[in-house]
Structure formats: structure tokens, C-alpha cells
Ligand binder design. Sequence first.
Ligand code: PMT
Length: 402
Amino acid sequence: MIESSAKSVVLGVTGGIAAYKAAQLVRDLQRHGIDVQVVMTEAARGMVTPATFQALSGKPVHSDMWDASVPDNMAHIELSRGKDAIVVAPATADFIAKLANGLADDLLSALCLARECPLIVAPAMNRQMWENPATRRNVDRLIRDGVAVLGPASGDQACGEVGMGRMLEAGEIAEAVAGFLAPKLLAGARVLITAGPTFEPIDTVRGITNLSSGKMGYAVARAALDAGARVTLISGPVSLPAPAGAEVARVGTASEMFEAVKKHSARCDIYIGVAAVADYRVDKPSRHKIKKTERDQLNLRLVPNPDILAWVAQRPRPPFCVGFAAESRDLDAYADEKRRRKKVPLMVANLAQEAIGSDDNEVTLLDDRGTHKLPRAPKDVVARQLIAHIAKLYGAKRRKAE
Ligand code: PMT
């Protein structure tokens, strides 16, 4: 059984123009499995209507300190009880000043003062307001008080100026919140992950590769980081940004990936092979661009690449090894055969035609205890559930060894 770790937050929306992005933030938090209760300031209600947030969150939106619909008429306390965090996005300069000084003259500021859970703020304001020494002092005070501050970013502003103060994009905030709330199941563990395709040259400009985008492997890397692991990511050629906090080695061919894995695998506790490694490479690729000739055939001699996962799993003291299997049919049977042949305790099976390149995935986990199906979900969500499962098996292996 995969354990559910449902989280819930209060999303506080204050009166900045970036309040419109908070509507998307509700959706993005939900996408990460986070339940959202929206609380708005009076000024925010002038920017976006509560009806929008009510429709998106499926819950009444609160703004009034003395809301009779809340038990005991204590909205300023009740609404954050049992929540995993309060997230204020956008957080205006004025609201940040209130928080820094412990003011509680409306529902949202009172909730923040009376909270028992972590507070996360995403500032959004004009660049001069952000650079003003008063705001700098207030933000420093919040950080010293243990408040997590996300952003801001630099760029075009609603006022027409350009500079620091833009709120982070909703997806970035949701990802950071999900990471912040993730249980630290792999605290201190060293995790080595491969991701993306490999590229096997035919000549100087051509090669054999596959459609792996790296999305799944990078999502696994982010989920491991969020779980407190130290992550090394060995990536084939993809166009994704490096996950913040991971050590990244970029490689081209399967042989280069193998060398990088050899270098790092002795110092890892968990190895996760998400990469779609080419099984074959061209024997002796041409050092010049092959010219088209009158012949109607070009024969390439292919030789097998080393099996990186099997090599890691057969080391004298192997890390906990996880493989991925992309199949187009008979998924469980082929994946289990691969698991046994490569001698790995856990194989993650997915349908190649649905998994490769897409944003979502549906996987089956195969281990000694049987099969566990995870429902189709965004790759970040699948990756978190996979990391929770790995942490459980890895923990059991360590306890057995002690
Ligand atoms: O990158 P995305 O677009 O997000 O797509 C993700 C994915 C579909 C590529 C990913 O989820 C996935 O399934 N990766 C494994 C692809 C595959 O089919 O691998 P395989 O069946 O050839 O190999 C099985 C396992 O052995 C894999 O862990 C692979 O990394 C490893 N292997 C394979 C060959 C080889 N020479 N060395 C290896 O280590």
C-alpha cells in the first residue's frame, strides 16, 4: 500500500495586482495533492472576487474576523488549526510590514499571529518598494523569525517598471510549498539518479537517440531533494533546468553515462535508473559527416552498450537499486522479468507510449512483496509517491542490516 500524505494549507491572498496569479496557485497546489482554504484581505477582494477562489477551492472564502459561520466565532484561530502551513501569496509590502511587527488587525494577519504551523510568504511589489530599507528590514525580520520567503523574481512589473519584486509564478510557488511540506523520509541519504535519453553518434552530426524528455527523472530528483536526500543527477541531453540543490553531471552517450555512474556509485545509498539508455551504439562512428552516395543502402554495425543498472546492482556492496521499465505491452510481466534479470529490488513499470515525453505518468511498482499500482498523475506527484515507497523499502533494508 502506498501511504497517502494529504496536506492542507490556508492560502492568504493580499491586495497586490499579482492576486490574479493566486487563482492559478489554488489549482497548482491541488495538483500536488494539497487541500486549499482561501482567506482574503479586504484589499485583495478589490482585485479578484471571492467567487473565483470559492469555485476553484470548493470552499467558502473567509475575510471577516468575526465570521459567525466559523465554530466559536473564532475564525482568526480556527481556520489555521490542523493546517500544515499558511501560504501568503501575493504578500504585499504592507502585509509583510504587518507580519514583521506582529500586527493582527484583520483576519489574515490575526491567523498568521495565532498560527501553530509554518508560514510561507511570496512577496509581490514594485521594485522600489522591495528595495526600500524598511521592506529589507521587515523581510530580514521575517526570515529571522523562521518564516520561509519564496522569491520575489526580477522582470516586467505591472507598473511598467522592470526589476526585483515580481511574484514567482504559481507553479514555482506550488512546487516549493509541496517540497517544504514533504516529509524528510530520506534525510541524509545519498541518491544517484540517471535521467533522459542517451545519444549514440553515427557521425559528427547524426546519431541514435529516443524520445525521453528527462521529465520523469528530474521529477524523481526533485522529490528526493524534497525528502531531504543529497542528490546527484546524471542527465542525458535534455532541455530542463537543473533541480535546485542537486549536483548535476551532463553526459551524451551511454558510455559517458556509465563512466559518470561508476564515479559516483561507490558513494551512494540509493541508485535510481530512470534514463532511457540506448541498448546499442554504432561501432566506430565516422569522424566526418557521412556523404550520401549512389548506393541505396547504408549499413550501420551496432554493438551493445554496457547495462549500467545491472552493473550497479552487481557491485559487492550495492546501493538500494531501482530500475524503470518502459514497455509497450505485457507491462507487468516484462518489467518483472527485467527486475529479476537485473537483480534489483524495485522496478517501476510504465507504458512507453504514454510515459515518454508526457507530463503525466501511470506506473506500477514491482518488488518482492508484489505489485502496487499508482494512479495516473503529474510526474511530480508520481515521483513523490515513488520516493515514499523507496524510503520504506530502503529503511527496512537498513534495519535488517543493523
Ligand atoms: O524522460 P521522460 O520523457 O519523462 O520519460 C520517462 C521514461 C519513460 C523514459 C521513464 O519513465 C522510463 O521508463 N525509463 C526507463 C526506460 C527503459 O525502458 O529502460 P529499459 O527497459 O531499456 O531499461 C530498464 C532499466 O535498465 C532502466 O532503469 C534503465 O535506466 C536501465 N538500463 C538500460 C539499458 C542500459 N544499457 N543500461 C541501463 O542502466
